[in-house]
Design a protein around this ligand. Structure first.
Ligand SMILES: [Fe+2]
Length: 240
């Protein structure tokens, strides 16, 4: 009875204009395999309201041996193709660094790293267990002026709210995958995503878009109550 008095209203908030995590550069990781698919994904993201995309190919020593030079030259290629097709979208590139010994050593050797915005450094980790270098990496990155952004904290099997709190206290920023909200990965990942939003610990939303199926799931997620709850947080996407 009178449920309209108590049920939370979906706030009308402006859409996110900038996506900060995707795999759209053709043929260099497990995202778009060619430029045609890359354009399809960009078209799907623009239809969802994005005006700017910071795409972030994987850099992972044992599978995707990308480097800054290779990524930036692919970015130039994409910009040219977008111009030729008269597609109006602002596009930049950084990287999603997989934390392993190679990346740790690269940090100790003082980089360089591809970052975005205010020296934001996007990292991901092993999905099952916390890397032993994680806390040292965070410390050394901070002393070098990087702001570490952990990609999709909700997806790691080792993550829980007390680990998340510890990482927040160490200055780590969190980027949630929006598609975690529509149970794209699993029920338990969705649950952790909800808890992180409830705590207000999310700093960025990202599509982590690799393919059209994920672009579609993003559209579904953007209609959910928790997506709107996340949009009400002081997200840093809006300052980029
Ligand atoms: Fe990713």
């Amino acid at each position: 009875m009178f449920s309209f008095l108590t049920s939370p209203k979906k706030e009308k908030l402006p859409p996110l204009h900038c996506d900060i995590h995707s795999h759209l550069l053709a043929g260099i990781d497990d995202g778009a395999p060619n430029w045609e698919n890359s354009l399809e994904l960009i078209h799907a993201l623009t239809k969802l309201g994005f005006k700017k995309i910071i795409t972030t190919p994987h850099i992972k020593h044992d599978t995707y041996r990308n480097d800054a030079q290779g990524i930036l030259s692919k970015l130039q290629e994409l910009r040219k193709i977008l111009d030729e097709h008269k597609i109006d979208i602002e596009i930049e590139a950084a990287a999603e660094y997989y934390l392993d010994e190679v990346i740790y050593d690269q940090l100790i050797a003082k980089g360089p790293f591809l970052t975005f915005g205010k020296n934001y450094l996007l990292i991901e980790t092993n999905f099952l267990s916390e890397p032993y270098q994680l806390k040292d990496f965070i410390f050394h990155a901070a002393t070098q002026g990087y702001q570490v952004v952990l990609a999709h904290p909700e997806r790691y099997a080792y993550m829980n709210m007390s680990k998340a709190e510890d990482l927040k206290n160490r200055g780590v920023l969190f980027q949630l995958n929006s598609i975690s909200l529509c149970e794209y990965y699993s029920k338990s990942i969705q649950k952790l995503a909800h808890q992180l939003i409830d705590k207000g610990w999310i700093n960025f939303l990202g599509s982590d878009c690799h393919n059209l199926q994920q672009a579609e799931a993003l559209g579904v997620s953007m209609d959910l109550k928790y997506y709107h709850k996340a949009l009400a947080l002081p997200l840093l996407n809006n300052a980029l």
